[in-house]
Design a binder for this molecule. Structure first.
Ligand code: FPP
Ligand code: MG
Length: 298
């Protein structure tokens, strides 16, 4: 693996995130403005960075993975826009600025989410069209796109979202809580890592280890989010806090309490890091990211 840091990859994404946005007709300029509003609002870019890093880690070239990395960020951003809608979690603040529907209205925000999702698939398929003469590369790209589509789909974040909504105001089992977190949050993180690994031409062994890393990181990510919602300030989060309790959401702090949640976060972080122990310093970016995430909520 090279010496690129998280910030190096993040800069790559930020430099190219608008490259794949389609030119729109003047008549649909509102749609474009609404999509651009949320895309350029300054997300942490964790998923696309993971995709690029996994691609490099497995021997590929990050630059060639950019369309897939941006596709993951488009999908993630669409999911946040829809999650914030009044018919979902009804939030006013995201990424430190008013939510999409607060600025553009519910109808436009819904369509901006739809638009971003379709752009994601378009970007990946356009890239595949360039590789008809290279069947091995084409195969890697098809497999990568499938990982992303699955993570975004009815066994991924869409399944998680409906389970999350249906669990509101109910007491849920530990199994259901894990299912919600694995689907609504970990699924797209796992998809990003696996897609990057596929693009890099990973071995089955490396894919397995990276998947264990990503599942644990994804769960840790949501536990951290849950803890910060109880304890964090809106500035760190870029969104209103205390909302989970208000909506009686199924969260780790609600089911286990804060101290147990912190222990769970530590255990998940350790699991993630241990999954990559055989790679020593080569997995530094992944290990560092898991560690930094855990300290956000400690
Ligand atoms: C914050 O990510 C997002 C999560 C913790 C995931 C929550 C899951 C959903 C909202 C699922 C929604 C699904 C549908 C289908 C509507 P982040 O902290 O990386 O955010 P950032 O990109 O703003 O930094
Ligand atoms: Mg939600």
């Amino acid at each position: 693996m090279n010496d690129f840091t998280f910030d190096d990859y993040k800069t790559m994404i930020e430099d190219h995130i608008m490259d794949f946005m389609p030119d729109v007709d003047l008549k649909s300029i509102t749609l474009y403005e609404a999509m651009k509003y949320s895309i350029s609002a300054g997300g942490k870019q964790i998923r696309p960075v993971l995709l690029l890093a996994a691609c490099d880690f497995c021997g590929g070239k990050a630059a060639e993975a950019l369309p897939y990395a941006c596709a993951v960020e488009y999908i993630h951003t669409y999911s946040l826009i829809h999650d914030d809608l009044p018919c979902m979690d009804d939030d006013d603040l995201r990424r430190g600025i008013p939510t999409n529907h607060k600025v553009f209205g519910e109808a436009v925000a819904t369509l901006a989410g739809d638009g971003l999702q379709s752009v994601a698939y378009e970007v990946m398929q356009k890239d595949m069209l360039l590789y008809f003469d290279d069947p091995d590369a084409l195969k890697r790209k098809i497999k990568a796109a499938l990982e992303i589509v699955k993570g975004a789909g009815v066994k991924g974040i869409v399944a998680g979202q409906i389970a999350d909504i249906e669990a509101e105001n109910k007491s849920v089992s530990k199994e259901l809580l894990d299912y919600i977190h694995l689907t609504k949050t970990a699924a797209l993180i796992v998809a990003a890592v696996r897609a990057g690994a596929r693009l890099g031409g990973c071995s089955e062994h490396d894919l397995e280890n990276l998947t264990v890393y990503a599942e644990n990181l994804g769960l840790a990510f949501q536990v951290c989010d849950d803890i910060l919602d109880v304890e964090g300030n809106a500035e760190i989060m870029g969104k209103q806090t205390g909302m989970d309790a208000e909506k009686m959401k199924a969260t780790y702090p609600a089911l286990y309490g804060i101290e147990e949640s912190r222990k769970k976060l530590k255990q998940l972080t350790d699991n993630a890091i241990n999954a990559l122990s055989e790679y020593y310093d080569n997995a530094e970016l992944f290990v560092k990211l898991a560690g930094e995430l855990a300290t956000r909520a400690s």
